[in-house]
Ligand binder design. Structure first.
Ligand code: VGL
Ligand code: ZN
Length: 198
């Protein structure tokens, strides 16, 4: 069985959003088009409380892009984004959702960030996504969505570690690129871990 994991296609990651990924909107028609090729389609949703520790405003004197230590882990400071129940956190209206079986939320714990759709950044808690796909007898997964250099990358690194034959589809992802070469670096890291990039 083959699954598609659609990562964080939420208003805040699209142009005009709080943590906009350049050209993030361009990938939505591609993602809509390919969904019918999969046995299982699932999505992830970044879903933060307003007091989340990854938000710069919640740390005196910090601004987006700064680094801090959050509960023992290095943490980049982000603008406020994907706050639970806000328009910014909602899945983009252009995204076709009728084939999506289940949406896995992440990032609810204010003390830890969660880039991967499977585990938080400290691997302290599972979202249930990996177990769900195993239960459905999925062996191969394709990963698309936002952003290539954060949530897509860490989701694919976890699916490969979970034992799924994993491919990241370049036409279905875009990067934040805090550094201009972050996209290419992420794809190299994925390759090195055994993830196919095509
Ligand atoms: C993401 C930064 C912070 C992502 C989520 O979806 O890639 N990036 N939260
Ligand atoms: Zn986030």
């Amino acid at each position: 069985m083959k699954a598609l994991i659609i990562v964080d296609i939420q208003n805040d990651f699209l142009p005009g959003g709080a943590l906009a990924v350049p050209q993030g909107d361009e990938i939505i028609p591609f993602i809509n088009k390919i969904q019918s090729q999969y046995d299982v389609v699932v999505a992830t949703q970044d879903w933060h409380p307003r007091d989340h520790g990854s938000f710069a405003v919640n740390h005196e004197g910090k601004k987006p892009g700064d680094m801090i230590e959050l509960d023992g882990l290095p943490q980049i400071m982000w603008p406020v984004h994907c706050v639970q129940h806000t328009h910014g956190a909602a899945l983009a209206s252009e995204l076709e959702i009728k084939s999506i079986e289940k949406v896995f939320t992440k990032g609810e714990d204010p003390s830890i960030d969660s880039y991967s759709g499977l585990f938080d950044n400290g691997k302290r808690r599972s979202t249930g996504l990996g177990e769900y796909l195993k239960e459905k007898r999925v062996t191969r997964v394709d990963v698309v969505g936002l952003a290539a250099d954060y949530c897509v990358k860490f989701t694919a690194l976890d699916t490969i570690e979970f034992g799924f034959d994993t491919t990241v589809l370049k036409s279905g992802t875009r990067a934040v690129n805090l550094q201009p070469d972050d996209f290419e670096k992420s794809m190299k890291e994925l390759n090195a871990a055994g993830v196919r990039v095509k």
